[in-house]
Design a binder for this molecule. Structure first.
Ligand code: KIV
Length: 292
């Protein structure tokens, strides 16, 4: 079944949970599509997972377009959302609409996601007015890392918890069709999910959300260092990959790879003609030594 804004909204009405993962390349996109994941996010987390930056701030619209277009080629039924990177929408409503348009036209996304609550409602209104569906993102918004003073759970005190609830209502009212809740205490996220008519997608926000999103390298166990509390390793692909790389390295050095089954044959006469045409004596001596 093709996932669209309509089917995703209907899933909330029917009480069916929405699965979403980040993705940044064609091969992984094909696998996620085959697995039946409902939606893919080209997160600006690609700055960290794919480009090695320490946070998401340096990511550009062109970076997102590059990865989004690659992923789009692997999808038929999975809904594709592109993140609006830092400073692609904050400075003006006009920037927001133009950059959202590029993500749709050049990245082939079906919706855009932007961080912030009441403060970005003008942008959400303008983008939806251009018929581009918007996913809002509230709670911990990594583009505000310098203002927050680090990656911390949000909404633990009364003032901030009420602000997150109000942000959720504001983005719905402004026209967002879905909202991501990041690092929000479970009870607050559950309350927000009940209050809103649009689906909530949680990451570190508990099971009361209408759907879940994870960064795929996190859920596949591809990072050996820090594991955030909200991440579950559904596989240990990092270890598998490392073992495969080590085995390859050993076999290349031991000359056991490639073996006969991996090689291409050539007709004897063709090879003889090549040798006859080759006037390098060095090669001939080497060849004769090897064939004795
Ligand atoms: O950039 C990203 O991957 C995200 C998810 C963490 C929701 O915004």
């Amino acid at each position: 079944m093709k996932n669209t804004v309509t089917t995703l909204s209907a899933m909330k009405e029917k009480g069916e949970k929405i699965s979403m993962l980040t993705c940044y390349d064609y091969t992984t996109a094909c696998l996620m599509e085959e697995a039946g994941i409902n939606a893919i996010l080209i997160g600006d987390s690609l700055g960290m997972t794919m480009m090695g930056y320490k946070d998401t701030l340096p990511v550009t619209v062109d970076d997102i377009i590059h990865h989004c277009a690659s992923v789009s080629r692997g999808l038929n039924n999975t809904f594709l959302v592109a993140d609006m990177p830092f400073m692609s929408y904050q400075a003006s409503v006009e920037d927001a609409v133009k950059n959202a348009g590029r993500l749709i036209k050049e990245g082939h996304a079906q919706a855009v996601k932007l961080e912030g609550g009441a403060t970005v409602c003008d942008q959400i209104r303008a983008i939806t007015k251009a018929d581009i569906p918007v996913v809002a993102h509230i709670g911990l918004t990594p583009q505000s890392i310098n203002a927050f003073g680090g990656f911390k759970v949000q909404g633990k005190n009364i003032e901030r918890a009420i602000q997150i609830l109000e942000d959720a209502k504001a983005v719905e009212e402004a026209g967002a069709f879905m909202v991501t809740l990041e690092c929000v205490p479970e009870e607050l996220a559950t309350l927000i999910s009940k209050e809103l008519t649009i689906p909530t997608i949680g990451i570190g926000a508990g099971a009361g959300c209408d759907g879940q999103v994870l960064v795929y390298q996190d859920m596949l166990g591809m990072f050996s260092g820090f594991k955030p509390k909200f991440v579950k390793h559904f596989a240990n692909i990092g270890e598998e990959m490392k073992n495969a790389f080590k085995a390859y390295d050993s076999e290349v050095k031991a000359k056991t790879f490639p073996s006969a089954e991996h090689n291409f044959a050539i007709d004897k006469e063709v090879m003889e003609a090549v040798r006859a045409a080759d006037n390098s004596t060095e090669f001939k001596v080497e060849f004769e030594k090897e064939t004795v």
